[in-house]
Design a protein. Sequence first.
Length: 94
Amino acid sequence: MSVAVPLDLCPTCGYAMDRATCVRDETVVPKVGHFTICLSCAALLRFDAGMQHVVAGADDIAELDDDDIVTIGRARRMIRERGPLTTKRTMVIA
C-alpha cells in the first residue's frame, strides 16, 4: 500500500513524487530520516525535517545495515535497467 507524502521533486532528476511504499512492511508510514529511492533515476534519498527529498550522503549511507544495502542495491539496479519513468512514485526503506 502506498501512502501520500508531500509533493516534491527528486533533487537529482526532477521527477515528481507524492507517494511512498515501504518495501519491507507496507504498513510503515514514511518519517523524517527514512531512506527513499527515486523510481525514475534510482537516486538514494532521505526525507528531511520538512518531509522533502534530499540526496543521502556518505554519513547517511554508513547508517544502513547489510540487509538494507543489499535491498537498496537490488532496487537501484532494477530501476536503472528499466530506465526513467513518466509517472510519479517513490519507495521508502524504513
